[in-house]
Design a protein around this ligand. Structure first.
Ligand code: HEM
Length: 403
């Protein structure tokens, strides 16, 4: 039930204006400094919601078992997109015990051991793509020739999406993640994509392979997961694997190229790469939206504000990553920074399932680029780069480079 509106602080309209490069969205930035628990209204949905921006408050809300994702289902909560990205029954919108059950099913695929095993294969693929890029250039669009194919290939292999189907899935991804996709279009895409993964799972149930879709199909036969849950898991994993990594690694390369002094130091000390990747994850405001809301199942106090039972709450991880109470000079990139863990992958029970994988892919791609392209530079002035706007994940449309 939606609680009755109550008088309270002013509601801020968050227009989600298109932002280039790594520019930080002015509204959440201001709220972090001036009103860390604020009321916001987003372009779609109804009413308003709370927005929490400070590091400690974000961690508290994201790990509080009284905050529910399941209760967001069927409620027209104010939101970034006209349609709800994450399907009901999906891992992002489930609470324990369903959420715990779904995470357990995918944990082995995304765990440290499997990711370590995948690293050598990923490095070989990365090297092959780098050599091909070298052969054909300069210049080259690194997103097209290197970052996109690598991230798509890795997730397709883990899940078991045939390479021949990737273009179709990419097209669904682009339509689903755009801010201006209408609710009706969103529903059509979701139906197509659900039909595709249901068919794929049916096929793998009969002809199992060594991939996650086959494992999930077996779990469904064993009654451990329903068909809608299987489909929404597959969709979420595919979309994240295809889009989030492509965008953030492209942005990481851009950030390195516009900070040549720090990048030179990193080249001289390749062991510093994991720390540099974490700093890039902290620094880059990757979201072109605010993420998914939670609903309070009890009254609770956060940052001196009482959130009432039934009210919707967003946390904004990119703002928490710029909290001056936690990070010294937070708007400055410092590839040798060694402070608190960033929250780019979220926090608490819904912590990103693909974090190990994404980090591994980023490390492998950057290591390969630094080793194979000693003279890597942007092929156009930075201000000429075109940035994706109106989509859930931010990143460059293309990344023209030379060497
Ligand atoms: C660098 C790239 C990535 C970033 C920055 C990122 C970030 C995030 C964030 C912030 C969340 C939400 C946490 C919350 O709801 O509180 C999330 C959830 C999730 N991510 Fe990622 N992600 C990335 C890559 C991936 C990849 C490659 C996969 C899988 C192939 C993945 C799978 C998921 C899943 C399944 C969830 C939902 C977890 C749950 O609700 O329990 N992500 N991610």
């Amino acid at each position: 039930m939606t609680p009755p509106e109550r008088p309270g602080p002013v509601v801020h309209d968050w227009a989600m204006v298109p932002l280039p490069a790594t520019e930080f969205d002015p509204l959440p930035y201001r709220l972090l400094h001036e009103e860390p628990v604020a009321r916001i209204r987003l372009p779609h949905g109804e009413g308003h919601a709370w927005l929490v921006t400070r590091y400690e408050d974000v961690k508290r809300i994201a790990s509080d078992p009284r905050m529910s994702r399941a209760l967001t289902v069927g409620r027209p909560i104010t939101s970034t997109t006209p349609h709800t990205l994450a399907p009901a029954g999906g891992v992002g919108r489930a609470d324990p015990p369903d959420h715990t059950r779904l995470r357990k099913l995918i944990a082995p695929t995304f765990g440290r051991r499997r990711t370590r095993a995948l690293r050598a294969h990923t490095a070989r693929v990365a090297d092959g793509l780098a050599l091909r890029t070298l052969d054909h250039g300069p210049p080259a669009d690194l997103t097209e020739t290197f970052i996109g194919p690598l991230s798509a290939g890795v997730v397709a292999e883990l899940l078991g999406v045939p390479a021949a189907d990737l273009d179709r899935v990419q097209d669904w991804r682009a339509r689903l993640l755009r801010h201006d996709t209408t609710a009706a279009d969103g529903d059509t895409v979701k139906k197509d994509i659900a039909g595709y993964f249901a068919d794929l799972a049916r096929h793998r149930a009969a002809h199992p392979a060594d991939d996650l879709i086959s494992e999930l199909a077996a779990a469904r036969t064993a009654g451990k997961i329903s068909t809608p849950e299987l489909v929404s898991l597959a969709v979420m994993l595919t979309l994240n694997g295809l889009d989030a990594v492509r965008n953030i690694v492209s942005t990481m390369v851009y950030v390195l190229l516009v900070h040549p002094d720090q990048t030179a130091k990193l080249r001289a000390d390749p062991d510093g790469l994991p720390r540099a990747v974490d700093e890039l994850l902290r620094y880059i405001p990757q979201r072109g939206g605010v993420g998914m809301p939670r609903v309070a199942t009890a009254d609770l106090d956060v940052g001196g504000v009482t959130i009432r039972e039934g009210e919707a709450v967003y946390v904004f991880y990119p703002a928490a990553n710029r909290d001056p109470a936690v990070f010294t000079d937070p708007d400055r990139l410092d590839l040798t920074r060694d402070e608190a863990p960033h929250l780019a992958f979220g926090h608490g029970a819904h912590y990103c399932a693909g974090a190990q994988l994404a980090r591994m892919e980023a490390e492998v791609m950057l290591a390969t680029l630094l080793a194979r392209f000693p003279g890597l530079a942007l092929a156009v002035p930075p201000e000429r780069l075109v940035w994706r706007t109106g989509s859930v994940n931010r990143g460059p449309e293309t990344l023209p480079v030379t060497w």
